[in-house]
Design a binder for this molecule. Sequence first.
Ligand code: PEP
Ligand code: MG
Length: 319
Amino acid sequence: RKAEEEARQDEPAVTRDGHQVAVVANIGGVEDARRAMATGAEGVGLLRSEFVFMGRATAPTEEEQAAVYADCARALRPGQPLVIRTLDVGGDKPLAYLPIPKEENPFLGVRGVRVGLEQPEVLRTQLRAILAAADEGAALHVMFPMIATIDDWRRTKAIVDEERAAHAPDAHVSVGIMMEVPSVAVMAKQFAAEDGCDFFSVGTNDLTSYTLAMDRGHPKLAAQVDPCNPAILTLIGGAAEALHARGKWLGVCGSVASDPQAVPILVGLGVDELSCSIPAIPAVKAMVRAYDLATCRDLAARAVSCSTPQEVRALVPMD
Ligand code: PEP
Ligand code: MG
């Protein structure tokens, strides 16, 4: 079956009845971008920009960052999306040159975009580098991790607008929010109504941890941190509906997008884009092709009525 999937990896992922789902890749750098292209990815749904910052003694300059982002953009085919997530570090992932005080509760502390809002020069430098890579062929998108409140978004967006106006007024860059704190999914309607917010992508890894209040790395709890928990699927389905009503798209870039068993359910919930680990792409595309949209919607409706993740998984038998 693997050979069959790989033979069709470069074809689009279209359900039996003609509904297309974008299948893109999660990457950590330009080598990954090239591998993703060779594995059937239709673009990049999550560039974890941390890799540019880690393993060095000083912060990367604007020029260094811009070179990496432009290389990634040029590795894609013209017009394909490249979603760059801004620096996502915090008390749990310290950087020598970025002073973030040690915290009692780093997962509830200054992490993700909160670092950039506290140290705006870091965020501004990165934004200028991203704007400089616009119009390198790929359709550039910038996305912010750990947005929790409308105020987070408005402060972030104000910084984007300032940098754009000052340095790249004509750059084509879409701006989006990572949906990985439950408040954003619960308030998807209000977030979708915000000006200048073009898209959302669900980070199911953190969303699941924060919804269940369980650390995904905890040795005793990790097995229960299942993104197929009906609570998570309910959040995703509700968000998709609210965003579509405003003409905004929803991706999933957490690891559940790479889980073939979850694919028909996510499609049925209204997810427009699946951003997967590179090796998962052929199987995820094959799973989309195996269903029609009505069946996916029926599965999704049943999934959100299930009581446990085990019941959800039993809806999609895998041989
Ligand atoms: C997520 O939280 O689902 C996600 C994609 O981000 P990361 O795994 O890098 O925290
Ligand atoms: Mg995350």
